[in-house]
Structure formats: C-alpha cells, structure tokens
Design a protein around this ligand. Structure first.
Ligand SMILES: [Cu+2]
Length: 305
C-alpha cells in the first residue's frame, strides 16, 4: 500500500513541476517582436534563421536542465524519506556497484553529446557567412554608433538615443518608440536579404547586438569583427551596446528598420544624394505603416487602418 502510494508521488510531482516551470516560458516566448517587454520570460521573438535555430537549442537545453533538476530532487526526497535513521537504522555497507558506476558515467556523457551536436551545428551556422546582399560597417563610439554603407556610396548613419521628450513627440505622432531604445537615425536594411555587419570601434570596446537576429560581436578598436543576419520580418529591431564601455554605456542603442527592397532603395538613394529630410520622411512613413497606421499623403493626417 505504502509502496504504490510512493510510486505515484514522484510522477505527480514531476508533472506538476514541469507544468509550473515550462508553461510561463513557452506562453510568453512569442512576446516582444524587436524588443523585450516588461515581465517577459524567455527570449525575444526570433526574426532570422539563426535566431530560430538558437531558440530551438535554448528550448532543448532547458528541457534537459529541468529534467535533471527534477530527477535529482526526486532522488534526494526519496533518500531522505526511505533511508533516514528511523526507517533504516542499520545502513548498508556496500561501497561499489559496477553497473551503477558505469551508468552514472555513461548517461551524463550521452546527455552532453545530445547537447553538443546541435550546439556545434549552431556555432558552425553562425560563423558560416553566406554571400552578402548588403554590407554595413558598424563603428562604436563613446557613446553612440555610426553605420557606413560601403555598397551605396559610403554614406554614414549616425545614431543617437532619443530623449524622453523626443520619444513622447514620436509617440504622439503614432510611431511606437520604446524609451531608451529609440534613436534619431535608424539603420535601414531590406527584408530577406543577407546582411554582413563589419564591426569596429573608435575608442574602447563596445558590443554590437540585435537579440532578435541572434547577432552579437565585440567592437574592438583597431580590429574588424563580423556578424551576419537575414531579417525575415519587416519592422524595427532593437539592440543595446553589450560590453561595459563607460559612463553612457546604457544609452547607445542600435535600431534596425527592416523594410521592403523598394523602400530600402528609395531611402539609400536619398541618403546617397545627402537628402536627409527626404530619407527621414521615407522612414517616418514606413514606421507609421508598420505600426498599422496608414499615413494619408494628401491631408498629412494619420488614419487608422
Ligand atoms: Cu558601448
């Protein structure tokens, strides 16, 4: 009687714990396209093939970690219950058990192999650079970013974070602008194209990253590091300098606006012609469209879709 009751306890505990631990992570994993949300658990929504692969790997390792934690917890509870002084007054004197020792060596090795295979595959894919459709050079400065477009006449986009007042102004216009992430000049790339990012720094070590693309690399003075991404969705994707670089480290965000190829060419043409006003108009219009509001060219007033 006691034995059968004991058997069902670990099973129920396992199911309960699994539900408790996994449900919130998976339920919220789809939140926050392009940036994190308050209270979000899990990673930012994936918007590139590498990011999707990384999420699959993240889920796999989480399952392994949680399963091991639950297994060890159940073992400990069992030992505490079954082999305490009261229930087991004369302890066993066994010191070796060949089969058990082989098992607790071989099973962890197999678990590591199961983790290592997709891990090496992901690393290889991250560092295998497909032929680029566009190359951007990102330069870290204390404390802002510059991005050069060598394929399009080498114009430069200088990015500074928006102040709270500027954020409020843009929000009033109907353009979603998260605080501490929104910038004055967004970097623009075409959707579904392979973009190489060459990264360097003018002063100290910074780090260029866009979590939704699973792109991240240090910006080291005197060196070029590289990363690449292929944005699969239109929209705006944010990152922040991820190497502690000094006073305003927290205030040098990166914002990438992913647009259709036509819009990109229009914008790049305006930037090449040094028509910053036109480039800004193109971006504001796209930002409104992507926010689900169509800018009415004639009246100039935004209209809900
Ligand atoms: Cu920095």
């Amino acid at each position: 009687m006691l034995k059968s009751r004991l058997k069902s306890v670990p099973l129920a505990a396992l199911a309960g714990l699994a539900a408790l631990l996994l449900a919130p992570a998976w339920a919220l994993a789809t939140n926050g396209l392009g940036h994190a949300l308050p209270g979000q658990i899990g990673l930012q929504e994936a918007a590139s093939p590498i990011a999707r692969e990384l999420h699959t790997f993240y889920d796999l390792t989480n399952i392994v970690i949680i399963a091991i934690a639950i297994f060890v917890l159940i073992l400990m509870l069992y030992v505490m219950f079954r082999f305490n002084e009261k229930r087991n007054p004369t302890p066993s004197t066994v010191t070796h058990h060949t089969l058990l020792e082989v098992a607790w060596t071989v099973i962890p090795i197999l678990v590591l192999v199961v983790i290592a295979i997709p891990s090496f595959k992901l690393l290889m894919n991250q560092y295998t650079y497909p032929k680029p459709d566009l190359t951007i050079k990102a330069i870290g400065n204390a404390w802002f970013w510059e991005h050069e477009y060598p394929d399009h006449g080498n114009f430069t986009v200088t990015t500074n974070m928006l102040s709270d007042e500027e954020v409020a102004e843009r929000v009033a216009k109907g353009i979603p602008s998260p605080r501490l992430l929104s910038v004055d000049n967004e970097i623009v790339v075409p959707v579904n194209k392979v973009v190489h990012v060459l990264v360097t720094s003018n002063d100290v070590i910074h780090n260029w990253t866009i979590p939704s693309f699973a792109s991240k690399t240090d910006a080291v003075p005197g060196r070029i590091t590289a990363t690449w991404f292929q944005a699969e969705k239109e929209g705006v994707f944010y990152g922040q300098c991820s190497e502690l670089c000094g006073l305003n480290h927290a205030f040098m965000p990166i914002a990438i606006r992913v647009v259709s190829e036509g819009v990109f060419n229009e914008w790049a043409g305006a930037m090449q012609a040094k028509d910053k006003k036109k480039a800004k108009e193109i971006l504001d219009k796209v930002a409104l469209e992507q926010a689900g509001i169509k800018a009415v060219a004639q009246s100039g007033a935004p209209e809900a879709q």
